[in-house]
Design a protein around this ligand. Sequence first.
Ligand code: BGP
Length: 458
Amino acid sequence: MKYAFPDNFWWGSASSALQTEGAREGETTWDYWFAREPNRFHNGVGPQQTSTFYQHWKTDIQLLKQLNHNSFRTSISWARLIPDGIGEVNPEAVDFYNQVIDELNEQGITPFITLFHFDMPMAMQEIGGWENRDVVDAYARYAQICFELFGDRVLHWFTFNEPIVPVEGGYLYDFHYPNVVDFRRAATAAYHTVLAHAKAVQAYRAGHYAGEIGIVLNLTPSYPRSQNPADVKAAHVADLMFNRSFLDPVLRGEYPADLVALLKSYDQLPACKPEDGFLIAEGKIDLLGVNYYQPRRVKCRDSAVNPQAPFMPEWFFDSYEMPGRKMNPYRGWEIYEPGIYDILVNLRDNYGNPRCFISENGMGVENEQRFIENGQINDQYRIEFISEHLAWLHKGISEGCNCLGYHMWTFIDNWSWCNAYKNRYGFIQLDLKTQQRTIKKSGEWFAATALNNSFDKE
Ligand code: BGP
């Protein structure tokens, strides 16, 4: 069967500043944490060992062109642009981002720019990070500076990438700095992130820029083990906590009432100001980026909660390992292609069918060198992964979902937070020692698909 996509469908990939650029002086929480606890990073490889986009941006953009990208998302590093978070703008950073943006546009690759991709300037973390409202204001100023500097040439802005991840990692599950385990502090960080988002949207609208502004959320559909009401309720709470805590404010302009009631009953609500409600209502977006990697399967808890343990989302559900599930063993994530369709249908039916696109989808695989044939990684598994997800996305579009594009994670193998270079995601293989780039089979497949705006599959 031939899967053809609408005209002007966005074909591309996503990356982020911290994971690719290198050569940065402005310190982030990642640099700080790595200097103190290198053992927390796979093979002790830290955030300065990147794919050197800062040096190779021009030839890398040539490679994007070779992959027939018509769009590409990366982020601006707040710490590079404003090293202390609130003070002077670094002119070298302005030059760098100007060059990248101009070159992308010249090559016919539409730049999609994220303002915050997990990379908090350390100076901002020192005053409390997202727990401090002053950081919300500092972020709003940074966003406004970016709009003023680049808003004439960047028409697709994203305030945050996966804003729940720093909350989960930094304040609940110990996989980001500051390694706190405290739900109320997590809720405060999440709430302030929503306020920061809304302030950036407000500033963008006030500037009457030509483009659009949105956010990128990692939506993990919550599937209950069964239709037993206890399982259904467990899945509902997981959905409220992990999806709707950001999805509802940015698309509906308010939090789900049952999420607020639940947190209130456990005394976990952040401190709110009366004017916050208006601000959140103004944060409604033009465009939603959806990152989809895996579903969340849950069941009701089998055991009683330990009242001495810290309050956690898992007080309301257990994860469920569905027999027969398909796994990506390297990342430990389930692969469930219909999830992409379920997300789009949910957006269509329950959120007014917003303009959206798949902003990340991908498969990290370890030791890909074993698949080298004639000097090239033959990553057939990745081609299957993409084409199966695209088939479900296509079904969604044919049923009226407003999905405008598909971006892969990622372009060139890059540094992946605590996993460093363990799992490789790129269309292009990176030799870390020589920095040599070699297109994988999946890169060629994607280039052909983007060129034809379609692919064939049985
Ligand atoms: C997303 C992030 C990316 C990227 C990707 C792969 O959550 O937006 O930055 O890293 O996941 O995940 P990981 O690197 O953890 O394997």
